[in-house]
Write a protein that binds this ligand. Sequence first.
Ligand SMILES: NC(=O)C1=CN([C@@H]2O[C@H](COP(=O)(O)OP(=O)(O)OC[C@H]3O[C@@H](n4cnc5c(N)ncnc54)[C@H](OP(=O)(O)O)[C@@H]3O)[C@@H](O)[C@H]2O)C=CC1
Ligand SMILES: O=C1O[C@H](COP(=O)(O)O)[C@@H](O)[C@H](O)[C@H]1O
Length: 487
Amino acid sequence: MVSQTHKPCDLVLFGTKGDLARRKLLPSLYQLEKAELLNANSRIVGVARHELSQSEYVDLVHEALQTFMKEEICEETWSRFSAKLDYCKVDMKNEAEYSELAKHVDQSQRVMVNYFSTPPSIFGAICKGLKAAGLINDETRVVLEKPIGHDLESSKVINDQVAEFFSEDQTYRIDHYLGKETTLNLLALRFANSLFANNWDHNCIDHVQITVAEEVGIEGRWGYFDDAGQMRDMVQNHLLQVLSLVAMNPPVSLDASSVRDEKVRVMKCLRPITKETVKEKTVRGQYSAGVIKGKSVPGYLEEEGANTESNTESFVALRVDIDNWRWSGVPFYLRTGKRMPEKLTEIVIHFKNMPHNIFKESYGTLPANVLTIRMQPREGVEVQMLNKVPGLDDHMVLQETKLDLSFSEAFKDQRIADAYERLLLEALLGNQSLFVRRDEVEAAWSWVDGIFKAWEQTLDKPKPYPAGTWGPEGAALLLAKDGREWD
Ligand SMILES: NC(=O)C1=CN([C@@H]2O[C@H](COP(=O)(O)OP(=O)(O)OC[C@H]3O[C@@H](n4cnc5c(N)ncnc54)[C@H](OP(=O)(O)O)[C@@H]3O)[C@@H](O)[C@H]2O)C=CC1
Ligand SMILES: O=C1O[C@H](COP(=O)(O)O)[C@@H](O)[C@H](O)[C@H]1O
């Protein structure tokens, strides 16, 4: 259990009426209160451009908790939590209005954490407003939501705008995948178990598969999603972060610089995908109408607000090569899509076959070991291996078996916290390990921009796939041509 070690702070939630704040941030803050991890003297100041009384804001937060939490609100927790809530109306683009915010926060040496749950286009304006109101000092932090920018150039502009007012040490860039329990367990699995630590390279591993499949479509976010697509929404951030945690060298320690130094090294070794290789290494798809779990769902171009000419991808599959000593010749296959048959995030490590088979009599080709790290749902770790079937046969009979560790069974009394709970707590504590450094964001954009350029040069367009399937046919071919298949 983490102890309540952070100093009293003012957490200012810009965009408090928005989707992310209501669906994730406010419920996560409530859970921190429930676990008694919020300092008794901390406050949460919601900011939006609407006139709201204190009690109307408290009602709004209550309604968000009721709508988005899977559990009943505990009255005792609510009474402590609601006492911490405060509201301030600010048009975030209007510098003059920030003086009002100054009246709601403690300007002594108290920590102020500013969470920008708004479009990145106004991050710069918020920083200017905070400065104008004299609200920036060494104890002020900013938490920035992803995606930062649309490409490398625009991400630099946004990061520069923030950097004018906040140092890198004060800047916390969120990638919520880094706050997931199973992502953190990846560090434990790799660096606390010699069994894996010593077999984690091209000598032992044949290839790696990372799947982030979503059942949902674009959830009414056409405006945002059509501009972004699955590559910017998921690959540039979440998948590349997970890939770099799988592929990085052991960090010297768990401190922020050590972990982030190792991750960025991986990103810099990603082999560029060019117009010569893009067709062989990438597949883009866009869902058409289909059926998921017995329910008919519309196609991407029939979603509310859709532009029927859109060529935005809702599915991407990639073969990624990492040009360094550890991963030479080991492909990483990535796939992610909306409207897949089920929600499933997993990392699958396929080990190499045994060099020599002494069980030929009973087993032709020995299947290789497979380690599956199930990130969601049914969080857990699974190892596929061969064992001898008990019996007195004159030759050994082998059978494929699974060591299956389910977190919900192994850690029965432990609740799996939402990623945002962990990340909000870390931001309050001032620990940057689970946040993304500027050079990581830029290295990821630089690699992804190369793919967009190659798609443009080859006039590649997404191929349709019916909702409820695992993407266009090309996704299976991507592996089939290397003699492999998706798990
Ligand atoms: N929603 C999600 O699941 C995820 C979102 N994100 C990121 O989080 C951020 C917020 O997303 P989301 O909550 O979906 O977006 P929303 O549009 O739902 O919320 C943004 C909020 O910012 C407010 N806002 C915008 N401009 C101003 C302004 N000038 N003055 C005052 N308020 C303003 C909006 O107010 P108003 O209501 O008045 O327009 C709105 O409440 C984005 O960067 C997004 O990319 C990241 C991961 C997932
Ligand atoms: O950041 C985002 O992530 C969600 C998927 O997150 P998960 O924790 O449910 O796997 C995705 O639906 C959304 O489009 C994207 O912006």
